[in-house]
Write a protein that binds this ligand. Structure first.
Ligand SMILES: C[S@@+](CC[C@H](N)C(=O)[O-])C[C@H]1O[C@@H](n2cnc3c(N)ncnc32)[C@H](O)[C@@H]1O
Length: 329
C-alpha cells in the first residue's frame, strides 16, 4: 500500500533548469548534523548539491564524499560545490557502491551520511530523460537515473513478466486495477512517455481519472523498478550503518511509504539489536544495539515548507547515531 507519493512535477520543480532546487527538510537535516564538526560527510544522493552546500558551509571541518548515479547531476553538483575546493570529492556510483567509493576517496572517518532518495528536478524536467507523465514533456521512455547502464523503462516493459508487473503496481503504485493496467502496458509496448501515459489512462474507467491522473503513480512504480530502488536501498542501509564511526549519524529522507517502512524497520533493529524480550522489561536476551534512534517518529515538513514546495509533503526524515562498542542507547 502506498501512503505517501512524491510529486516531483510541481511549479517549483519546473524551475530546476536554473538549479534553484530547494533542499527538502533543510533545517531538520541541519539539526541532525548540528554537532558534527569534522571527518567525512558522505552524501549518497548528492544531486544538485543543495544539502551538501548547506552542511559544508555550516561545518568548515567537514569534507564531502558526494555520490550520484546520474552523471548530469554530478556535473551540476561539481559546479555548485566548486567553491569548497579540495574539501569535495564527487563519485559516479550507486549508493550501494559505498565501500569502494570510500576506499577510492581514502575516507575511514565517516561522521555523517545523508541519503535524499528519489529523483531530482532536472531529471523530471528534461523530456529526454523519460521520467515525466505530462503530455507536454513527451520523450523516449528511459527513466534510468544512470544512463550509462541498465535497461530503459521501454525495454523493461517489453520483457517484464505480467504477474511481476501486477505485483509492482499493487505494492508501489497502490493501483486497484493493477491487473488491467499491467495487461494494457504489456500489450501496448510503449516506447515513449506519452504512449505509456495513454496506455494507463486508456486502461482505466473515466471515473477513476477524475481522482487525478492515474499515470502519475504508475510512472513512479515503473521508475522504481527500472532503477531497482527498493533493492538498492536495502543494500545501502546496511552499508551506511556500518560505515559510521561511533557518534556518527545517518539520515535518510524517503518519499514513498515502502521506502520509509524499510528505513524505520532497519533503524529500529539497529537500535534494539534484535532484542526479543517483552516490551517494557529489561533486556536479558543478549541483544547488542549498534545505533541509537534520534527520534521515534520521522521529521516531516511544516506547513510553510509544504506550501512553498509541494514535493516536501511526502518527505519523511529518519536518523540514527552509531554507538561505541558496549555503549547502550
Ligand atoms: C532528490 S535528489 C537529491 C537532491 C540533493 N539532496 C540536493 O539537495 O540537491 C536525488 C538524487 O539522488 C540520485 N540517486 C537516487 N538514488 C540513488 C542511488 N541509489 N545511488 C546514487 N544516486 C542516487 C538521483 O540521481 C538524484 O540526482
Amino acid at each position: 500500500m502506498v501512503l505517501a507519493m512524491a510529486d516531483h512535477e510541481t511549479p517549483d520543480t519546473r524551475r530546476g533548469g536554473g538549479h534553484d532546487h530547494v533542499p527538502v527538510l533543510a533545517a531538520e537535516v541541519a539539526s541532525v548534523f548540528a554537532a558534527t564538526d569534522g571527518g567525512t560527510y558522505v552524501d549518497l544522493t548528492v544531486g544538485l548539491g543543495g544539502h551538501a552546500a548547506l552542511l559544508l558551509d555550516a561545518h568548515p571541518g567537514l569534507r564531502l564524499v558526494g555520490i550520484d548515479r546520474d552523471r548530469d547531476a554530478l556535473a551540476i553538483a561539481a559546479e555548485r560545490l566548486a567553491r569548497f575546493g579540495s574539501r569535495v570529492s564527487l563519485h559516479h556510483a550507486r549508493s550501494d557502491g559505498l565501500p569502494a567509493v570510500l576506499d577510492a576517496a581514502g575516507a575511514d572517518d565517516v561522521t555523517a551520511v545523508l541519503a535524499d532518495l528519489g529523483v531530482s528536478s532536472p531529471q523530471v524536467d528534461r523530456p529526454e530523460r523519460g521520467f515525466s507523465y505530462r503530455s507536454d514533456r513527451d520523450g523516449p521512455l528511459d527513466m534510468r537515473m544512470d544512463q550509462t547502464r541498465g535497461r530503459t523503462a521501454a525495454d523493461l516493459l517489453a520483457e517484464v513478466d505480467e504477474d511481476a508487473l501486477v505485483r509492482a503496481l499493487r505494492d508501489l503504485a497502490d493501483e486497484p486495477h493493477a491487473r488491467r493496467v499491467a495487461r494494457a502496458l504489456v500489450e501496448a509496448e510503449p516506447r515513449t512517455t506519452s504512449e505509456l501515459a495513454e496506455a494507463v489512462r486508456g486502461a482505466l474507467p473515466a471515473a477513476r481519472r477524475r481522482r487525478g491522473d492515474p499515470a502519475k503513480r504508475v510512472f513512479q512504480a515503473v521508475r522504481i523498478l527500472v532503477n531497482d530502488e527498493i533493492g538498492t536501498l536495502d543494500r545501502t542501509l546496511d552499508l551506511a550503518l556500518d560505515a559510521l564511526v561511533p557518534g556518527g549519524r545517518l539520515a535518510v529522507i524517503s518519499f514513498h511509504s515502502v521506502e520509509d517502512r524499510m528505513v524505520k524497520t532497519r533503524f529500529r533493529a539497529a537500535a534494539d539489536g534484535g532484542c526479543t524480550c517483552p516490551e517494557g522489561l529489561p533486556c536479558v536476551c543478549g541483544a547488542e544495539p549498534t545505533h541509537r534512534l534520534l527520534r521515534r517518529k520521522p521529521w516531516v515538513a511544516d506547513d510553510a515548507e509544504r506550501a512553498a514546495n509541494p514535493r516536501a509533503s511526502s518527505a519523511r526524515l529518519r536518523a540514527v547515531e552509531a554507538l561505541a562498542p558496549g555503549e547502550t542507547p
